[in-house]
Design a binder for this molecule. Structure first.
Ligand code: ADP
Length: 244
């Protein structure tokens, strides 16, 4: 973050970013629900050049059995990058970064899912990054939330996610890979739009208290835009013949 010398113009004199976006614009987001036949629920997301699949299984028996909770079902998440998801071959073994992201995604989804009706069971969320381009944890969270809803898991709210950051001393929405590498800060945010609650917030970089507040507000604005696309993915699947 911020340490790499680069010739890239992150923000030009007209306020246009390196990929042609305005400061408050997300990349193009498309989501399709129900893409995997063998999973109970699934979703595919393209978030800019991120391409991500999420598959949900359960509620089902917990293995190993000692992980089972007699009071409630448990949520487990695995975020995994395919070897071909980045320019250099990625070692398929779970990295420290993937273990961290799996944990934060699980913790970001937990406030939304209601698993106390399913004691001794597990709901497994498998996330496969097919192509990564910065902001993959937010895009993964967006797909996972749609996949959970597609699986019929009871939920208090959807979880939608989008990052904001600081690039060329300016707060921008949805930091891309170049901005993440060469910019000053990246803040992924997960948000429940109906309950107005934040379930994930991380910060890589340095912000003033004012910039921090602006980043949170900007990211939440992006989350609300993603929420509309998540809802459309689900209505497109469940009301394919036009009924509402
Ligand atoms: P996020 O994808 O949530 O922004 P990071 O900030 O850790 O997470 O990573 C930013 C980007 O760096 C990723 O989206 C990906 O494009 C790239 N990246 C991550 N891990 C690797 C890796 N092992 N090899 C090459 N690029 C990577």
């Amino acid at each position: 973050m911020g340490g790499r010398d680069t010739d890239i113009v992150l923000l030009d004199e007209n306020g246009i970013r390196c990929d042609g976006r305005k400061v408050n614009e997300t990349r193009k987001v498309t989501i399709k629900a129900g893409v995997l036949k063998n999973a109970n629920g699934s979703a595919y997301i393209e978030f800019g050049d991120n391409k991500i699949l999420a598959g949900v299984f359960g509620p089902r028996d917990v293995h190993p059995k000692h992980m089972a909770n007699t009071d409630t079902g448990i949520l487990r998440c695995r975020y995994h990058m395919s070897p071909f998801s980045v320019t250099e071959r990625k070692n398929p073994a779970p990295s420290r970064r993937e273990i961290e992201i799996s944990k934060v995604i699980k913790e970001a989804l937990e406030p939304a899912v209601i698993l106390d009706q399913f004691p001794r069971t597990a709901v497994d969320v498998f996330i496969e990054i097919l192509q990564a381009d910065g902001g993959s944890r937010c895009a993964a969270l967006d797909a996972a939330s749609v996949a959970l809803a597609d699986a019929g898991i009871p939920m208090r709210d959807m979880v939608c996610a989008c990052a904001a950051g600081k690039v060329a001393d300016t707060v921008v929405l949805d930091v891309n890979n170049e901005e993440d590498q060469a910019g000053q800060a990246d803040m992924p945010v997960g948000y429940m739009p109906n309950l107005d609650k934040v379930t994930l917030i991380q910060l890589d970089g340095v912000l003033t208290p004012e910039e921090y507040k602006k980043c949170v507000e900007t990211a939440i604005d992006g989350c609300k835009q993603v929420y509309e696309i998540q809802k459309k993915a689900l209505t497109d699947k469940f009301f394919a013949n036009g009924e509402q």
